[in-house]
Design a protein around this ligand. Structure first.
Ligand code: NAI
Ligand code: MG
Length: 493
């Protein structure tokens, strides 16, 4: 295993100021995978200053979008050339099955290519005329990079979550500091190597690994940051917002969810079962948009539960590198304990545990869990209302459309929602009434780089991906010119 004991600051690999390291584990066997540089406030300060200098002195923010696109495409190729190596690293650091890690890394490269194209388009779309009612003036708007961005990202899609922030920020002409999760820091450091090889100028991207309170907090508090982009839990999101309030940093937040999936009884049973299972069990259910609350119309309720239990029992559980595995281990002991507690709590609260929620036979080490299915989950229970962030699905019956909508929307979250019906008119009607930033019809989870991503209510602020993702890192300036040769007339009459 190569060394991950350096931080990437100002185009150089440097030891952290305090010289410390922390271990990252492989959750399939609980063994230490690597020792990683433990960045602290002093390293964050150096990284922010390097980004600030790169932004203020250039050349990155002043280069054309087309020139930035060249570097972004080189990064995309660098990722694609190492796709399987990076996917393997992600499997060991996070636990996810190898084919899913391959999707992630492929999407990561795709994200850099996508924002390369948007960077090119910025060259022609950067300026727009604004028609003013007062014809003595000419007004144009310009899109300009927001400045220095700080990105704090989670562990569930480590490299992809980095790309969702790094690619649009660089496309916009921003400079940045990236703080990956301490549970899965390795691919962010690999991204720094790839960006360096792609000749990204020094200081444009800095990567500081470290613990949340030691490195994340000083990044969110640093006065040299103009924009904070965060994905993770609601409590940490609230802390970031508070830190940002001190000097009015621009923020975008992508937080948790408890996303509903409404299944009408005219749905194809087998299709419903597969989308429900994918919607909550892919990536071990460690997915912000997981459809974890399933509402099934009465006529389909019993047959669907029966088929769900049958199919859940067939899902292969094991280390992510093992052939055919669909459920890897959960990311660490804390998450594992949290989910075991949620399963116990659900039973205490009167929900019926139809299947799973236990350590599978034959898996002595590692944070493995059988997929859990709860039926008849009370609406006021903790498991129905709170994000579990693991392979636990909560199912309830409903009678009519109005009841389903009421129940689906009765949540403090609003990241995603899904609806399934053969009656497309009904499905579309329901989709429009669901209070969520992402609504899937007759499917759950497919995610596209071109389309906006983000939540209503406590699921966050702002949108990532697509042109919305680029706008997160752009300011809009108006330039207004007085064209008249008449005096303004305040005192010159
Ligand atoms: P977290 O929100 O604490 O961690 C996310 C990132 O924030 C990490 O990089 C972490 O180092 C950083 N961080 C932690 N404390 C910080 C602070 N005070 N200031 C600045 N940065 C800080 O999430 P955690 O503890 O890993 O997972 C807890 C729960 O959060 C999960 O069970 C799940 O419910 C939710 N979660 C949601 C995610 C999503 O995609 N929406 C992703 C990961 C977790
Ligand atoms: Mg790890």
């Amino acid at each position: 295993m190569k060394s991950y004991e350096h931080l990437y600051i100002d185009g150089q690999w440097v030891k952290p100021a305090l010289g410390g390291t922390f271990p990252t584990l492989d959750p399939s066997n609980e063994a230490v995978l690597a020792q990683v540089a433990a960045g602290t406030a002093a390293d964050i300060d150096l990284a922010v200053k390097a980004a600030r200098k790169a932004f203020d002195e250039g050349p990155w923010p002043q280069t054309s979008g087309a020139q930035r696109a060249v570097v972004l495409r080189r990064i995309a190729s660098g990722i694609r050339e190492r796709l399987d190596t990076l996917a393997t690293l992600e499997v060991h650091d996070n636990g996810k099955p190898f084919p899913e890690a391959q999707w992630d890394i492929g999407d990561t490269a795709g994200c850099f290519d996508f924002y390369a194209e948007l960077a090119e388009q910025l060259d022609t779309r950067q300026e727009q005329n604004v028609q003013l009612a007062d014809e003595r003036f000419t007004c144009v708007t310009r899109k300009e990079p927001m400045g220095v961005a700080g990105a704090i990202i989670p562990w569930n899609f480590p490299m992809l979550m980095a790309a969702w922030k790094v690619a649009p920020a660089l496309a916009a002409g921003c400079c940045m500091v990236l703080k990956p999760s301490e549970l899965t820091p390795l691919t962010a450091l690999e991204l720094a190597h790839i960006a360096h090889e792609a000749c990204l100028p020094a200081g444009v991207l800095n990567v500081v690994t470290g613990l949340g309170p030691d490195a994340g907090a000083p990044l969110s508090e640093h006065p040299g940051i103009d924009k904070l982009a965060f994905t993770g839990s609601v409590p940490t999101g609230a802390k970031i917002m508070q830190a940002a309030a001190r000097d009015i940093k621009n923020i975008s937040l992508e937080l948790g969810g408890k996303s509903p999936f409404i299944i009408f009884d005219d749905s194809d049973l087998e299709a419903a079962v597969e989308w429900i299972m994918f919607g909550i069990f892919w990536n071990q259910g460690e997915v912000c948009s997981a459809t974890s609350r399933v509402l099934v119309q009465r006529g389909l309720y019993e047959p669907l539960l029966k088929r769900l239990v049958e199919e859940a029992g067939k899902l292969s559980i094991g280390p992510g590198m093992q052939d055919g595995v669909l459920l890897g281990p959960l990311v660490n002991s804390t998450q594992y304990q949290k989910i075991l507690q949620a399963v116990a709590r659900g039973q205490e609260e009167g929900a019926t545990l139809l299947y799973g929620g236990t350590r599978p036979l034959g898996c002595e080490a590692g944070y493995f869990l059988t997929p859990a299915i709860f039926a008849d989950v009370p609406v006021d229970s903790w498991i129905w209302n709170e994000e579990i962030f693991g392979p636990v699905v909560c199912v309830r019956p409903f009678d009519d459309e109005a009841e389903a909508l009421r129940s689906a929307n009765d949540s403090r979250f609003g990241l995603a929602a899904a609806v399934m019906s053969r009656d497309l008119e009904r499905a579309e009607r329901v989709a429009r009434r669901l209070r969520a930033g992402i609504v899937w019809v007759n499917c759950s989870q497919p995610t596209f780089t071109e389309a906006p991503w983000g939540g209503y209510k406590q699921s966050g602020i702002g949108r990532e991906l697509g042109e919305w993702g680029l706008n997160n890192y752009l300011e809009t300036k108006q330039i207004t010119r007085y064209d008249s040769d008449q005096p303004w007339g305040w005192y010159i009459k």
